[in-house]
Design a protein around this ligand. Sequence first.
Ligand code: GRF
Length: 202
Amino acid sequence: MLKIAVLISGGGSNLKALLDAAAEPGFPARIVAVGSDTQATGLAYAQAAGVPTFVVRPSDYGSREEWGQVLAAALQEHGVGTGPDPGLVVSAGLMRILPAGFVRLFSPRLINTHPALLPLFPGAHAVRDALAAGETETGVTVHVIDEGVDTGPVLRQARVAILPGETEADLHERIKQIERPLLVETVREIAEGILVLPGELG
Ligand code: GRF
């Protein structure tokens, strides 16, 4: 059974999809902790499911690296990112760039979901940027986090057509409807060994 820790910053609908999947009999992963950089509303989903939560705020530390060290320690306290069975960290709407020291500790067992077809539209405004560029199609990417911003190896992608006159909020909501099952299936495939993370032996 794969141990998962999820990192969020906001509403946590992707987290909720993972919690719901993990509650199904036969799902090959369990969520052992949910962390955030802020008092995210989505933490309530974890609390309702009886999953431990923690908040590590960057503003409480002198540098991003120091924040990353405390975040890493919090994850390791829950048995993720350490030992022979390190599990997997899933960034699902964490709106912070993870510092290099943190990435080196966890990658490639550190994945992110991003609302665009990477390498197109990296960064925090991917949906807005795709609309502004006049695209007719965008999508979602689940990828391994490396030391760049949304540059790590792509694991899975799905396409979403952009409708004429669509707002950023409406498009993002439609992307998230595709994103949630894609993230759940990607985690399932990693847990079952169907999807081998880059640099690991199949
Ligand atoms: C997702 O679209 C994620 O890719 C992006 O922020 C959104 C988070 O949504 N970075 P939620 O908090 O899981 O509802």
